[in-house]
Design a binder for this molecule. Structure first.
Ligand code: NAD
Ligand code: MN
Length: 358
C-alpha cells in the first residue's frame, strides 16, 4: 500500500486549529479508501518557535521537508511579531526556494453557501485564479536608507523575468484548456506600469498562439474588480501577478461566501520540490483559540493535494463530503452566519466520508 509522507506545518493562530482538523479528515479518508495511507510529520514552526530561537523555522528546515510528497500548511502570522517577518520567515521561505511558481486558487459557491452577490446562481461562479508565486512585486528586492531621518527612502522593486512570466502563462493557458470553457482572462496594469506589465502582456499574447483552442482576453486589474462583481459569469480561468492575484483572490473568496472556505495550491509543476497546500486565510487573531475557525478551506486544500498526488477518486469523495456538510446551515461556522464550531464541522465531514458507499 502506498504511504504518502506529508509535512504538516500548522504555523500560528487558527492555522493550528484547521490543520489539526485537516489531518483528522485526511486520515479518515485514507482509511475509507483503503488503498493508500498518510504519514504526517508535524513541524511546530512559526511564531512560538521564533520567540525561542529567533527564526521562524530551523536553518535546515527546508532539508527536513524537501523529500516529502506534499506540504499541508496552516498560516504564518503571530500577534506579537511583525507580519513581514512571519511571512518571509516561513511561508515565502518555503514557496520561493521550492519554486512553487504557480499558485492555484479555485473559487466556487459551494452548495448551501450564500454569496453576497445575491443575483448570481451558484453555477454561475466557477473560477480558478492562477497567481504568479515566485517573483513580481513580491520578489523581495529593495532597500531602505536613512531610517528615521527626513531623507528616509524605501523601495520595493517588482522583478519580472521572461522565463518567470512564460512559465506561469503556459501553466495558466494549460489549466484553462483543461476546463470546459477554455477561457482565460489575463489581468494586467500595462496602462500605468509601462515596462514590466507591457512585457507581461506581450508574453501572454505569444503564449496564446501555442493554445489556439483557448479564448483569452485582457483586463486591467482595477476594472477586473468590477467585472468580478458585476459579471462573474463572464470569467473562468484567470492569471495575474503575485500582488494582483493576492488581492483578487481575497475578493473572490468573499464573493463565494467566506474567506474560511477558499483553498489554494502552491505548485512546483515540474515536481522537483514538494508542492504546498493551504487555506488562503491567515491566522485570524480575532477568533484564534475559540475553536470556531471554518476548516472547509483546509479540507478543500486537501482535495487539491489529493489531486496532485494522483488520488482523484479520493479527492472527489472528500469534495462530496465537504458539499454534504456545507449544504446544511446547522453545520455552518460563524463566518457563514451559523453557530457550529470547528469540531462539529470536522466530525460531520468524517461521518459523510464514512457514510459514502460509492
Ligand atoms: P485573516 O485571513 O487571518 O483574517 C481576516 C478575517 O477573516 C478575520 O476577521 C478572520 O476572523 C476571518 N477568517 C479568516 N479565516 C477564517 C476561517 N477559517 N474561519 C472563520 N473566519 C475566518 O487575515 P488578516 O487578519 O489580514 O491577517 C492575520 C494574520 O495572518 C497576519 O499576521 C497576516 O500576515 C497573516 N496571514 C497569513 C497568511 C498565510 O500564511 N498564507 C495569509 C493571510 C494572512
Ligand atoms: Mn493574501
Amino acid at each position: 500500500m502506498r504511504t504518502y509522507k506529508i509535512a504538516a506545518i500548522p504555523g500560528d493562530g487558527i492555522g493550528t486549529e484547521v490543520v489539526d482538523a485537516g489531518v483528522e479528515v485526511l486520515d479518515a479518508l485514507a482509511k475509507r479508501e483503503g488503498t493508500f495511507a498518510f504519514h504526517f510529520d508535524h513541524f511546530a514552526w512559526g511564531g512560538e518557535y521564533y520567540k525561542k530561537h529567533g527564526r521562524m523555522m530551523p536553518e535546515n528546515g527546508r532539508d527536513l521537508i524537501r523529500h516529502h510528497d506534499a506540504i499541508l500548511f496552516g498560516s504564518a502570522g503571530h500577534p506579537e511579531i511583525p507580519d513581514h517577518i512571519t511571512l518571509w520567515g516561513l511561508r515565502l521561505a518555503i514557496c520561493q526556494p521550492f519554486d512553487q511558481y504557480a499558485n492555484v486558487r479555485p473559487t466556487r459557491i459551494l452548495p448551501g453557501i450564500t454569496s453576497p452577490l445575491r443575483a448570481v446562481k451558484d453555477t454561475e461562479l466557477d473560477w480558478v485564479i492562477v497567481r504568479e508565486n515566485s517573483e513580481g512585486e513580491y520578489a523581495g528586492v529593495g532597500g531602505r536608507v536613512h531610517q528615521g531621518s527626513p531623507l528616509e527612502a524605501a523601495t520595493d522593486v517588482a522583478i519580472f523575468t521572461r522565463a518567470g512570466v512564460e512559465r506561469v502563462m503556459r501553466f495558466a493557458f494549460g489549466l484553462a484548456r483543461s476546463r470546459p470553457r477554455k477561457l482565460l482572462t489575463v489581468v494586467t496594469k500595462s496602462n500605468a506600469q509601462r515596462h514590466a506589465m507591457v512585457m507581461w502582456d506581450e508574453i501572454a499574447a505569444e503564449i496564446a498562439r501555442e493554445f489556439p483552442d483557448v479564448t483569452s482576453d485582457k483586463m486591467l486589474v482595477d476594472a477586473m474588480t468590477m467585472r468580478m462583481v458585476i459579471r462573474p459569469q463572464s470569467l473562468d480561468t484567470i492569471v495575474a501577478t503575485n500582488l494582483h492575484a493576492d488581492i483578487l483572490s481575497d475578493l473572490a473568496a468573499a464573493l463565494a461566501g467566506s474567506l474560511g472556505i477558499a483553498p489554494t495550491a502552491n505548485l512546483n509543476p515540474e515536481r522537483n520540490f514538494p508542492s504546498m497546500f493551504e487555506p488562503i486565510h491567515g491566522s485570524a487573531f480575532d477568533i484564534m483559540g475559540k475553536g470556531i475557525a471554518n476548516p472547509v478551506g483546509t479540507f478543500w486544500s486537501g482535495v487539491m493535494m489529493l489531486e496532485h498526488l494522483g488520488e482523484n477518486a479520493a479527492g472527489r469523495r472528500l469534495m462530496k463530503a465537504i458539499e454534504r456538510v456545507t449544504v446544511d446551515p446547522a453545520l455552518h461556522t460563524p463566518d457563514l452566519g451559523g453557530s457550529a464550531n470547528t469540531r462539529k464541522v470536522t466530525d460531520a465531514v468524517i461521518s459523510a466520508i464514512r457514510a459514502d458507499n460509492t
